[in-house]
Design a protein around this ligand. Sequence first.
Ligand SMILES: C[S@@+](CC[C@H](N)C(=O)[O-])C[C@H]1O[C@@H](n2cnc3c(N)ncnc32)[C@H](O)[C@@H]1O
Length: 257
Amino acid sequence: MAAMNPLLTKVFRGPLDLNGPVIGRLFYLFEYARAYVEERHEAFDARFGTDTSAPVFEHHQKTSVHFYVPTTASVIYEIIGSLPLTPNKFTFIDMGSGKGRALLVASEFPFTKIVGVELSSYLHHVAEENIKRYKPSSQQCAAFELHCMDALDYAYGEEPFVLFLFDPFGREILEKIIANLEATLRARPREAYVVYVYPQYDDLFQNSSVLRRVREASPKWQPWNQYVVYAASAGTATGDQGAADTQLPVTAASKAA
Ligand SMILES: C[S@@+](CC[C@H](N)C(=O)[O-])C[C@H]1O[C@@H](n2cnc3c(N)ncnc32)[C@H](O)[C@@H]1O
């Protein structure tokens, strides 16, 4: 998380990593309880007949592959609703898409395409089923593209994009993901936003010469709902101010309570 003391961050790495073999199990139990309470409050799955709430810790999971737990639905609405996007111009990409909750919420905004990239074949399959079930009348994009693959191998398309990350990987992998991201933005400058929820390795983004921070939220007692938003400098360099002034509408009908 952004506010995490660097010393604490160091202490928690290795065997005591939040996703590691020791602390990871305790953290998982905490997240299980949190997700249960949140579902009682927001009733995301209850309303849409989906299966996104329960966390999943796969037995063979490496420490660098963070276990599945969904982003709080209301936070996803808040984040996407606050982005100054041009409707029908951006692709939404969730790297580490898990059971697909962020993809489902994104489908209520007029993205051109919604891409999920997930390493686990089990979670990938659950996301496919969730997409079949999720049919609110407020849905504005049904062009889903799900990839069961390592996010490190993902090749960006040519269009502007929103990259969504809910603390999916460890530091070393995130470093490589950022290097790939910077390479595509340098090769083809275009508008792009990066949303990083529970940004425990935010320092890596702060060092980027391609991205600049445009928004952050740090609810003190809910570190899992902290997030930062970065914009590609290339996006503003094009002078596309029309795009920057347009807000996407949030559909109140299905917005989380
Ligand atoms: C904390 S969950 C986020 C779930 C989802 N993005 C959401 O917001 O509801 C992190 C996910 O990242 C996936 N993941 C971790 N490392 C990955 C990698 N290298 N490539 C693709 N997915 C990965 C995990 O399997 C897990 O489902």
